[in-house]
Every structure is written in C-alpha cells, then in structure tokens.
Design a protein around this ligand. Structure first.
Ligand SMILES: CC(C)(COP(=O)(O)OP(=O)(O)OC[C@H]1O[C@@H](n2cnc3c(N)ncnc32)[C@H](O)[C@@H]1OP(=O)(O)O)[C@@H](O)C(=O)NCCC(=O)NCCS
Length: 290
C-alpha cells in the first residue's frame, strides 16, 4: 500500500456530490450519467471519502432490494488516490451498514475490484460480459418467431412483469424497474404468447452509450425477439451485459455486430449463492444495479 497523500473524511453522498461522483465514474470510463447517480442515490444510500479541499476521492453505493439482500456498486477511487486502502475502507463501511440491516451483499466486480473484494471475504458466483455495438446494423426480423407477439410495455403489464422478474432477480425491484422504464421508453418492450407475458426488456440512456437491460425471458427465442426489436428502434451506440451461461445469445449478439468489452463476476457476502435464477436473466440491468 502507498503512503497516504493527506487526510480524507468519510460522509454520506447527496445531491451536492453528483458532480464529483461523475468525475470519479468518468475517470474510470464508466457509462453512468448524472441521471444514473441521482437514481441510485434516490433508491439507495451512498458513502464517500473527500479530501480537505472538498474533492470527492472515493465512493460506494448500496441499493437494498427487499429484506434479504442489497446491491453494492459504484466502488470508485480517483486515479491519483488508488492503492491507499480507500476502496477497502468504503467496502467495509457498506458491509457494516448492511450487516446492521441484516442484509446480505451482492455486487458485480471488475477484474480490478475483484482483487479488493476477495480480500474482504466476498465469494465468486456466476459471471457476465459487457458487449458493445458502436453503430447500427440491419437485424434479423423478429416477426419470424412463431406464436410470439412483441409490443411496447403498457401500464397494465406491470403485475405480470413483476411476477416474471421476482424469481429471476430474487427480490422485488419495482421502483428501479419503473424508473428505468421512464428513462428510455422506446426500449420498454414485452413479449407475449397468448395473453401471457414471457419476457420483458428495459433500457436507459448513458454517458457513452444507451444500455439495454434488464432482459428477463422464459426462453431464447423470446430474448432474441425482444433484442432484435430494440436494435431496430433504439439507436447505437449500445451496451448489453449478457450472462455467460447464455452462449447462444452471446453468439447471436456477435453476429449482430456486438463485440466483447469487459468481464464481470457476480460476488456475494453473507449468502451461499447469488440470489435469483440466472436461467431467465438474459441481460442484467448493469453491474451497478444488478
Ligand atoms: C478497483 C479500485 C476501486 C481499487 O481502489 P483502491 O483504493 O486502489 O483499492 P485498495 O487500496 O483498497 O486496495 C486493497 C488491495 O486490493 C488489491 N488491489 C487493489 N487494486 C488492485 C489492482 N488494480 N490490481 C491488483 N490488485 C489490486 C491490492 O492487494 C490492494 O492492496 P495493496 O495496495 O496493499 O497491494 C480502483 O482501482 C478503481 O477505482 N478502479 C476503477 C473502477 C473499478 O474497477 N472499480 C471496481 C468496481 S467493481
């Protein structure tokens, strides 16, 4: 560990820290924009470390989902303050807070973050990769999928969407899903067979690219149809985070012109396994949201 560059003090993150938080996420080349930071601080709680000049040097956000677990995300340290133990300190702060609430912790680790989290007792579960599409390409026709109807998400769909999402994600996350639906309405799609919804997709705007996800679907044809439809109406550049076990979807994304950008590992603390069922989670919402 390096010797410290000066005193820092710990505090909660609020609206007044959004500009500093954006500097941290931009320095790491992450995709979050101000709307993302505001959404996460509204739905959860953030902690930070600031230097004596008031600049934010480290961050972490926790998003409680139901009464069993919470997401930890936005673990960021400014490039000139790394290797001083600040990420470990933020992580221990968040874990202590979650322990006081009786919640297990889940996060999606970058390779650099993984080194920190292993030392704090987090365990690997499954993994996913981010794929990026720099520019639009012609896509295969979703209408070819027999028996499947695709349409824009409507208010009356929420009960079925939430019923599909609950076992897939492992907890109710209605406030998050509704916030995402408002962020990029053209990405809000449902797939149905008969009058039963068998898949849904949401998206959001971002600093570098629009992100599509979560995508929860009963099977691969429904997932591909939802994504094909979104590719035809949501402009590139686009990011999608595909769960590794869905190898056919990964191959399909490569054929559409996506390329692999970076890997993530889902890690847990205080739980035996990752919550939910990744068989039906085709695209995660994003490493910062779950
Ligand atoms: C990953 C990150 C948060 C680490 O922050 P940090 O404050 O430098 O981490 P710490 O000082 O607490 O590191 C604790 C230990 O973890 C390990 N570690 C930290 N960063 C590492 C890296 N880039 N490579 C390998 N090991 C690393 C080291 O063992 C370190 O102890 P040491 O410095 O005594 O060797 C920071 O590099 C960062 O902001 N990166 C970009 C964003 C990112 O990937 N965040 C993680 C999201 S999951």
């Amino acid at each position: 560990m390096n010797s410290d560059t000066g005193a820092v003090h710990e505090h909660e993150l609020g609206e007044q820290h959004v500009a500093g938080a954006m500097m941290l996420s931009r320095a790491a080349n992450w995709n979050q924009n101000e709307a993302d930071w505001r959404m996460m601080l509204r739905l959860g709680r953030g902690f930070g470390l600031s230097a004596v000049d008031g600049s934010l040097v480290a961050s972490i956000v926790v998003l409680p989902y139901g009464n069993a677990f919470a997401w930890m995300s936005m673990v960021l340290v400014s490039p000139q303050h790394r290797r001083h133990g600040y990420a470990s300190r933020m992580l221990r702060r968040a874990l202590a807070y979650l322990q006081s609430l009786g919640l297990a912790a889940v996060l999606d680790a970058t390779p650099a973050g993984h080194e920190v989290y292993v030392q704090e007792g987090l365990r690997d579960t499954w993994s996913f990769q981010r794929y990026s599409l720099p520019e639009a390409r012609p896509v295969s026709d979703w209408q070819n999928v027999s028996g499947l109807n695709l349409r824009c998400l409507a208010e009356a769909d929420w009960p079925q969407i939430l019923a599909l999402d609950l076992p897939a994600f492992g907890a109710s996350r209605e406030p998050l899903l509704r916030a995402l639906a408002a962020r990029l309405p053209e990405a809000g799609l449902v797939a149905e067979r008969g009058d039963k919804i068998c898949g849904y997709l949401l998206g959001r705007d971002g600093r570098e690219a629009r992100q599509l996800g979560p995508l929860v679907a009963a099977d691969l044809p429904a997932a591909q149809a939802l994504l094909s439809h979104a590719l035809a109406c949501v402009p590139a550049p686009l990011y999608i985070d595909i769960v590794d076990r869905h190898s056919s979807l990964r191959s399909w994304a490569l054929m559409q012109g996506f390329s692999v950008q970076r890997p993530f590992t889902r890690m847990v603390h205080g739980a035996e396994r990752a919550p939910g069922n990744c068989e039906s989670v085709m695209l995660v919402a994003g490493p910062e949201l779950g």
